[in-house]
Design a binder for this molecule. Structure first.
Ligand code: ARG
Length: 398
C-alpha cells in the first residue's frame, strides 16, 4: 500500500487541486478530511464527493460544530478573547481543532503526513503545523500551495486540464474564512487600508445604519459558560447560533482592522462576529459584578496573553494550558444574567444580576442608612498616599 497523506479539505479550488498535486509531488495516496465548524454554504456531502472526484482515495467528513463550541469557543468566551483588543480569533480558534482531527485521522488511517491549503504568508499555516507538531511529533506537514509554489492561475489551469468538478464562475475577489464564530474577509480592494468596506462583504450581519426596532436579550451564564437565552436553556453552540441571528440582524459584530500577523506582515482584515462580540460584552460585564477587583484586573492581562498565544498558533502549549487553569478558576462565580439592548451595531448592557454578586447595595448607596463607614476613608488615604508623600519630599529636597 502506498504511503498516505491526510489533507485538510475545504472543497475549494486550492485544496481540490491540492489532492492531485500532493499525489504527483509525494507519490502518496491522499485522504481528504473536511471539518464542519459551522462554515455553512455547501452541503458537506457534496464536498466529500468532490474530494473523491478529484482523486482522493478516501474522503472523511466530521461534524465538529459541538466540539468547536464546547472546547474552543467556550474557553474564548471565558477569556474574553480579542487579539489586538478587537479580533475575536475567528480563524485562529478553528485551526487547532482541524489539526487535532488531521492527527486523529492520520493515526487511524495510517498516514505519516498531513497537509493543508495555506499559503506561506499567513498565520494559519503556523497554527496547523504548530498544533500538529505538539500533538503528533512523528507526523510531518506539507502545504502544496506554499511548498510547491502553486499559484491560483496554475490551479485553474490544472483544474481545467484534469476536468476537476470545480466551478470557476463562483470565484470571489476575496479570501474568506468562516465558521460559526464569525467570518474573516481579506484581499481584493481591501488591500488598500484606506478603502472603506462595502455592504457586499458582509453575510452574518445586516447594515447597522438601517433604522430598525431594537432587540432586547438576556443571556444567562453558568460559571462563565452561556447556558440560557431569554430563559430558554441552550448549548454553547445554540447560544452562538441564536445570537448570530439576533445580533447579526442588528448589524453587530463588524470589525475593520489593520492586524499584525505573526509572520511580520501588517494586513487589513474585515471580520464579522455578531455572537462573538455580544457574548464577550455580556460575559465581561458579568465578571465586573462577580469577580473581585484584583482577580479581574490581573485576568485582563492574562486574557491579552491568551489571545496572543492562540493567535500565534500555540493552542496546544504549556503556557496556554496553565492560563486556562487560571481562567477556569476565575469563572467559579461567573453565574447570572446579563440583559442587553442590541441595536445599530452595538450590544449595550442594560442590566446584570447574580446569586454570586459582589455588589452590595448597602455599601454602594448614597442614600441614608448605608453601611460604609466613611470615617475610615481618611486614615486609609493617609497610609495609601504615604509612599508618594515621602518620595515627593525627597524630590523637593534635591
Ligand atoms: N487574519 C486572520 C487570522 O490570522 C484571518 C485569517 C483568515 N484566513 C483565510 N484563509 N482567509 O486569524
Amino acid at each position: 500500500m502506498a504511503e498516505r497523506v491526510v489533507l485538510a479539505y475545504s472543497g475549494g479550488l486550492d485544496t481540490s487541486v491540492g489532492i492531485g498535486w500532493l499525489k504527483d509531488a509525494t507519490g502518496k495516496d491522499v485522504v481528504a478530511l473536511a471539518i464542519d465548524v459551522g462554515q455553512g454554504g455547501e452541503d458537506m456531502d457534496a464536498i466529500r464527493q468532490r474530494a473523491l472526484d478529484c482523486g482522493a482515495v478516501e474522503s472523511v467528513v466530521v461534524d465538529a460544530k459541538e466540539e468547536y463550541a464546547n472546547d474552543y469557543l467556550v474557553p474564548a468566551i471565558k477569556a474574553n478573547a480579542l487579539y489586538q483588543k478587537r479580533y475575536p480569533l475567528v480563524s485562529a480558534l478553528s485551526r487547532p481543532l482541524i489539526a487535532k482531527h488531521l492527527v486523529a485521522t492520520a493515526r487511524e488511517l495510517g498516514a505519516d503526513t498531513v497537509a493543508h491549503g495555506c499559503t506561506g504568508k499567513g498565520n494559519d499555516q503556523v497554527r496547523f503545523e504548530a498544533a500538529v507538531a505538539a500533538l503528533a511529533p512523528e507526523l510531518s506537514s506539507v502545504a502544496p500551495v506554499r511548498d510547491f509554489a502553486l499559484t491560483r492561475d496554475k490551479a485553474i489551469v490544472y483544474a481545467q486540464e484534469h476536468n476537476l468538478p470545480i466551478e470557476q464562475s463562483k470565484k470571489s475577489p476575496y479570501s474568506i474564512d468562516q465558521n460559526v464564530w464569525g467570518r474573516a474577509v481579506e484581499t481584493g480592494f481591501l488591500e488598500d487600508p484606506w478603502n472603506a468596506p462595502i455592504e457586499d462583504l458582509y453575510t452574518y450581519s445586516k447594515d447597522p445604519a438601517t433604522p430598525r426596532e431594537a432587540t432586547e436579550v438576556t443571556i444567562t451564564f453558568t460559571e462563565g459558560v452561556p447556558t440560557a437565552i431569554d430563559g430558554t436553556p441552550v448549548t454553547p453552540l445554540q447560544a452562538v447560533q441564536l445570537l448570530n441571528t439576533l445580533a447579526g440582524d442588528q448589524g453587530i459584530g463588524r470589525i475593520d482592522i489593520v492586524e499584525d500577523r505573526l509572520v511580520g506582515i501588517k494586513s487589513r482584515e474585515v471580520y464579522e462576529s455578531p455572537a462573538g462580540l455580544t457574548l464577550i460584552t455580556a460575559h465581561e460585564e458579568l465578571e465586573n459584578l462577580t469577580v473581585e477587583r484584583d482577580v479581574a484586573r490581573y485576568k485582563r492581562g492574562v486574557e491579552a496573553e491568551w489571545a496572543n498565544l492562540v493567535y500565534d498558533g500555540l493552542w496546544f502549549s504549556g503556557l496556554k494550558r496553565s492560563l486556562d487553569a487560571f481562567i477556569d478558576e476565575t469563572q467559579r462565580y461567573v453565574s447570572g444574567d446579563v440583559r442587553l439592548t442590541l441595536h445599530a451595531g452595538t450590544p449595550t448592557v442594560t442590566g446584570r444580576r447574580s446569586g454570586q454578586s459582589l455588589y452590595d447595595f448597602d455599601l454602594a448607596t448614597y442614600d441614608t442608612g448605608d453601611t460604609f463607614d466613611q470615617s475610615l476613608a481618611k486614615g486609609f488615604i493617609e497610609l495609601w498616599s504615604l509612599p508618594s508623600k515621602i518620595s515627593a519630599r525627597r524630590d523637593a529636597a534635591q
